[in-house]
Write a protein that binds this ligand. Sequence first.
Ligand SMILES: *Cc1c(COP(=O)(O)O)cnc(C)c1O
Length: 635
Amino acid sequence: MNNITSSWTSDDSADLYGIDRWGCGYFTISPHGEVEVLTRTSSAEHRVSLRQIVHGLEERGLQMPIMLRLENLIETRINELYPGFQEAIESSCYQNRYQGVFPIKVNQQAYVVQAITHYGNRHAHGLEVGSKAELLIAMATLSNTESLIICNGYKDAEFIDLGLQARKLGLKCIFVIETLKEVPIILERSTWCGVDPLIGIRLKLSSKVDGQWANDSGHRSLFGLTSTQITAVLDRLKAANKLDCLQLLHFHLGSQIPNIRNIRNGVREACRYFINIAAEGADLKYLDLGGGLGIDYDGTGSGHYSLNYTLAEYCSDVVETIQESLDPHGLPHPVIITESGRAIVAPMSVLLFNILDVVAFDPKHLHLPQADHCEPIRALCEARRNIELKRLQEFYNDAFYYRDQIQEAFLRGQITLRERALGEDCYFAILQTIASFVPQVKYPSAELEHLGDFLADIYYGNFSVFKSLPDAWAINQVFPVMPIHRLHEKPDRKAVIADLTCDCDGKLNRFVGNPGHAKTLPLHSLKDGEEYYIGVFLVGAYQETLGDFHNLFGDTNAASVRVDAKGQVEFVHELKGDSVADVLGYVEHQPKDLYRRFHDFAERSVRASRITVRERQQILKLFSESLSGYTYFKR
Ligand SMILES: *Cc1c(COP(=O)(O)O)cnc(C)c1O
């Protein structure tokens, strides 16, 4: 490939990286070749370059990698959800409203939860909690008494007491029954506290969904009550004269539902339960659809990492299905609740990291083979000079054959390390030449077709897949990845990205392609003395929370920025990532003990005359500075 071709523009990069397909209009590329975030207020639209934000963060002393949160996008997403439902409700004359809750598990960061409740306040956007810890967050964060707290998950007496106290304070805290065992506890504790509980039931639907979690849906779903269990709950509540407390039905088909038909079917089935439970005398007021609203990670419009519907379609399908199901029974329309997590927070976060090094499989020093070189080396060099388009496959086969022979000769001690290196260079040279011919072959074999990927560079990124992009490892999630600058230059390399962990799974090798997915990512050659920045987009949901401490890489630095009405960037929140001492503490290596032990060792070394007292001071200083430093690569 050529280096910079003058005809390459930012539009070409937009097409190459698919930013218009997955960027939902929030991300674009400037004519100067930088990724920009687009923010909208009622009066104005602004575009701000991520490269400029990075510059501002670095000036403030925050190093790469950085989890960048774009606060405006939280506001935007919430503000798209409500009008989405409002329009559907108005156009179908639905006789009730929509009200959302944010499931805290999707991004528990204090700053994020607070931003959501702040921007959601005027819609009385609530919180969904699945544990006591999350309930405490919700109780201390929500101030609008119209907001809902939906309590899912297994609940003990303490959990229930907390929720009942929240009710006393005026919060609408609803217990969604996950198991029969919860019913007597709820009844008993509420009598004791003197507060009537608000109760919901979690349905186990037989509707199946496509996508990543298909096997967990339907009757194999781990959660929800079966019809038998539901009738038992109804009987318990009736016997206690508390059937009026049952106000909500809940289901959750799974996250990232790619297919709108699954959602329609789920709503239809839930409505059948609604009709029957209402007929038993319950005064149902809410229908809670759980999560599942997807994000188009790869811009393909179908499959696990995408979705075949728009927000408008989701809203109108839900509203219409409920209406169609309930109207024949003359039932009042319930408040529609969704627990959309991913769809609200995925776009706001961008993981940013710099590239530390590149390994390319280009031949380095091609000396001519000499007469005394072994046969396979001479054969490889010979083959390379004679490559013909018509016999590409044959040359490809030969390259591998002779490469194996060279390795075999090395094993038997017949050739030296330097000869083996020469052999490897010839081998890569021949493959590079073959790869350059492949585009001219009309029907290349699969091997030839994938040769380009096989020869891709490895770009080493300053981040940990396990800490910052766990789904890329655990479930092969495809996230959009691209450089955030130099996009007016034609990328001249193909690459996979390796992280800092020395784990062969610590890599990114599935990318948004054009069309479909690609195994390699087009990138630019590094320039001396200039950082090259990569962004991984749409990572605001689940990634930070699920990440682990593989190789003891800790939380990255994080920063929240807000573009104000004038288009100026406010750096509203900076959060230093974990220090080495922090992550050591998580695995019970107490930094103080480590330091003391090392200190004693250094002192003994002075006594044994291995080091001087002055050297001891320098060594101890280095040790303690490393303890308090960042776990990632520092420039
Ligand atoms: C995880 C979860 C959600 C969030 O799902 P998204 O697909 O992220 O919107 C909502 N409700 C329940 C019960 C969940 O377990």
